[in-house]
Every structure is written in C-alpha cells, then in structure tokens.
Design a binder for this molecule. Structure first.
Ligand SMILES: C[S@@+](CC[C@H](N)C(=O)[O-])C[C@H]1O[C@@H](n2cnc3c(N)ncnc32)[C@H](O)[C@@H]1O
Length: 202
C-alpha cells in the first residue's frame, strides 16, 4: 500500500492532497455506508485510485465525460481530480450511492465541473465526448446501454480485467449490429504500477 501511495503521489503531483482526502472519505464513509468492503481499506490506492486513472491518456483534453455506474465515484472522481480540464457527470441510479457522491463532490470542492445525476445509463440523454465505466456490466450490455450516450466520433472506455479480449469476442454481434469496433489496450497509471485493460469502443 505504501508503494502504491508513493506512485499516486508521483501521478497526482499538486492534486495529491485532494485525492488523499477522497481516499479518506472512501475508507471511512465509503466503508460505513457499505459502498466498499471493509477489507478494501488497505487496497484503495492500488486497486481503486491507480486503476481508475490508468485510462487518462485515452481521454482528449477538455472532454465531457460521463462515468456510468459510478458507485463510490470510480473512476470518475480520481479522473476529475487528476484532470482539471474535464467536465464530469457521475451517473448512478442508486439513491444511497448518489447521496454519497454528492457529499464527496461537495467536500472535495469539485462542484464547478463535476455533477451527480441519479439515473440509469439507458434513461440518460447523450452527447458526451467520452463514456467511462468500471465493473458495471459485460461489454455487450454496456454497448446496448451506453452507445446512445456518446456523441458521434466519441469513445466508450470500459476498464476491465484480464478477460477484456474474451468480452470483445462475446460482444461481436452487438458491436456489428451498431457498426462499432472495439479494441483492447493495456495501460498503466505509472510505469511502476500494475497494468490494467481498457476496451475502447468507437
Ligand atoms: C459494482 S458497482 C461499480 C462501481 C464503480 N464503478 C467501481 O468501479 O467501484 C456497479 C455500479 O453500477 C450501477 N449500475 C447498475 N446498473 C446500471 C445502469 N443500468 N446504469 C447505470 N449504472 C448502473 C450500480 O448501481 C453500481 O453502483
């Protein structure tokens, strides 16, 4: 954990204090409210913070981003902290989670460019440059829910585990029906961090 925290210090630079504050919120209220398991407390930096920002290089400067199924704010909140150029909507249908997100956004002073919307992806209006999501649904379902959220020429970026290639194969007909293509990229938040996988659909 100490090592992942040190890597995060490198990655976040001047925004490290803000992301540390978010980690404190996750480790306290996030666990108390049942949004994270009690054992996640020790793994926040590596499993959640570094993992979330690993896709930053795939998001163009100044993008509007919707983080679908944001839960406790992952990856949307760490991305918003790291990237002051982004405007971010945290989309989350469950009341308890949406309330948690609203409090966190307020405490982290992100309210000028981060908004919480309580809705399901299928019911939300689109036009975003980028859709992000992590641990929400298999790719074929994400494609169904999320392609209406992306503006023409924008990207759906799904953070996945090592089964990413298999998900692309399983989603082949859903992608073909919509004239979309998907590719897996291996990314890291820091050269010394664990790799993670992102499926880019466009
Ligand atoms: C396993 S949690 C992952 C949360 C967070 N992205 C993370 O990585 O920790 C999945 C989240 O997706 C949300 N969700 C489920 N169905 C959804 C839908 N149709 N549209 C938007 N969010 C949805 C759930 O409410 C839940 O908060």
């Amino acid at each position: 954990m100490a090592e992942a925290r040190a890597l995060a210090e490198d990655v976040f630079g001047g925004s490290f204090e803000s992301v540390s504050h978010y980690v404190d919120i996750l480790a306290s209220r996030g666990v108390d409210w049942g949004l994270l398991g009690p054992r996640e407390g020790d793994r926040l930096w590596e499993r959640h913070i570094l993992n979330s920002v690993a896709l930053t290089s795939m998001i163009p400067t100044g993008s509007t981003v919707v983080d679908v199924g944001s839960g406790a704010g992952l990856p949307g909140v760490p991305l918003a902290i790291l990237r002051p150029d982004l405007t971010v909507v945290l989309l989350e249908p469950l009341l308890r989670r949406a309330n948690f997100l609203s409090l966190a956004v307020e405490e982290l002073h992100l309210g000028d460019r981060v908004r919480v919307v309580r809705a399901r992806a299928e019911d939300h209006a689109g036009g975003y440059d980028v859709v992000t999501c992590r641990a929400v649904a298999p790719l074929d379902r994400l494609v169904e829910w999320c392609t209406g959220l992306v503006r023409p020429g924008g990207d759906l970026l799904a953070l996945k585990g090592s089964s990413a290639e298999d998900e692309v194969v399983a989603a082949r007909s859903a992608l073909r029906r919509r004239g979309l293509s998907a590719a897996v990229r291996t990314v890291r938040a820091h050269s010394a961090a664990e790799p993670t996988y992102v499926i880019r659909v466009r």
